[in-house]
Design a protein around this ligand. Structure first.
Ligand code: NAD
Ligand code: DAU
Length: 341
């Protein structure tokens, strides 16, 4: 395992993972294969391209395009695929599910088929706790059935099932990880934490869905990267690994913490109509990944603190995104007229 193709490597978690792997393994080569959708951004990899010019390459392409995928694998002598490429925002999947089915389901199949035909050593699928659906009590274990409830979650669950099928049917050497809500550097400001932090910096309202009592496990992105690396090197083939801190935070508490860290007033909180089909709680049992010797270095609170600091220090990164026409249009469509008192 030396020549990695990291699909979706120009996105949030993917770009953090690329940097992490190149820093950690001086003999690894990485090609990032990415379509550069609205969420893909070469600014996320600017430093990587400079620091690792001899071991890093970028190929623009769609994971649904079988011939470009194969061409890149052959050209770069790829032995391992780590698939981060996906449509990832639940609210966008509610507005228009089509791209989610294309990329998260069909695109996953295209990668698996290329890995099988070209005899790749390993395939790792980056998945999500959302595939388990709403968890009213207890915590999801890897053997639990999937019960996705949003188009995004259903598309990711379908991808996971196909990965498992390629392992069972063709003996492809796969692993799957299911992560909790990641936060940290380079997260597109549509997801709640970067959205609330950047809005609060500008004294704009923070649109809190419903009663704000939904529960998430806000998890630091580099802890997630470390765990994926561990699964890649020490995970049992064919297995699934949950990744998260294993703790819980209510959205309303996450919001108050952000405001407190930035010294902003609570009057910025704007209650808005809830997300349809909103999963009120996710909770992961992380015993299995801990059994490989992994511990997250950050609690939810630490992760939020780190994220706030990064957005305060890196306005160069998020201001051009938020002031762009594409973002503004999305924001209007998503939030205009949604206020409730
Ligand atoms: P992101 O939206 O920030 O980035 C996705 C990347 O995939 C972008 O660079 C985009 O250009 C690329 N992409 C999209 N469609 C593509 C296609 N058809 N072909 C090639 N590239 C394409 O996503 P993220 O938050 O970094 O999530 C990465 C992965 O981790 C996803 O698979 C997601 O489901 C999973 N995940 C995310 C979280 C989270 O909290 N963000 C948690 C658990 C799992
Ligand atoms: O759990 C892992 C998943 O986390 C990933 O698989 C997804 O890719 C990622 O988008 C994320 O999904 P969520 O729906 O949990 O994340 P989001 O940041 O969109 O929302 C987090 C919580 O905050 C959720 O309860 C909805 C709420 N929320 C979100 C937004 C965007 C608000 O209250 N207001 C908002 O404006």
């Amino acid at each position: 395992m030396h020549n990695l193709m990291i699909t979706g490597g120009a996105g949030f978690i993917g770009s953090n993972f690329v940097r992490y792997m190149l820093e950690k393994y001086p003999d690894y080569h990485v090609v990032v294969y990415d379509k550069l959708t609205y969420a893909g951004n070469l600014d996320n990899l600017k430093d990587v391209a400079e620091r690792f010019a001899d071991r890093y390459a970028f190929a623009r392409g769609d994971i649904c395009d079988a011939s470009t995928v194969r061409e890149t694998i052959r050209e770069r002598n790829v032995d391992t695929i780590i698939n981060f490429a996906a449509e990832t925002h639940v609210d966008r999947s509610i507005m228009s599910p089509d791209a989610f089915i294309q990329t998260d389901v069909y695109g996953t199949y295209v990668l698996l088929e290329a890995a099988r035909e070209l005899g790749l050593e390993r395939y790792h699928q980056v998945s999500t706790d959302e595939v388990y659906g709403h968890v009213p009590e207890g915590a999801s274990q890897e053997a639990d059935p999937v019960a996705p409830r949003s188009p995004y979650a259903a598309s990711k669950a379908s991808g996971d099932l196909m990965v498992n099928a390629y392992h069972v049917t063709y003996g492809l050497q796969v692993t799957i990880s299911r992560g909790a809500n990641n936060i940290g550097p380079y997260q597109y400001p549509e997801k709640v934490v970067p959205l609330f932090v950047t809005n609060a910096i500008d004294d704009l309202p923070l649109p809190l869905y419903g009663d704000g009592l939904q529960v998430r496990d806000y998890h630091y992105v580099l802890d997630h990267c470390e765990a994926i690396d561990l699964v890649l090197h020490e995970g049992k083939l064919g297995d699934i690994y949950n990744i998260g801190t294993g703790s819980e935070m209510r959205n309303v508490d996450m919001t108050h913490l952000i405001l407190e860290l930035l010294g902003k007033p609570e009057t910025l909180i704007q209650p808005v109509r809830d997300r349809p089909g909103h999963d009120r709680r996710y909770a992961l049992d992380v015993t299995k990944i801990r059994g490989l010797g992994w511990e997250p270095a950050h609690s939810c609170e630490d992760a939020i603190r780190e994220a706030v600091r990064w957005y305060v220090e890196n306005e160069w990164w998020w201001r051009p995104i938020k002031s762009g026409e594409r973002y503004q249009e999305y924001y209007k469509r998503q939030y205009e007229g949604r206020e409730v008192e």
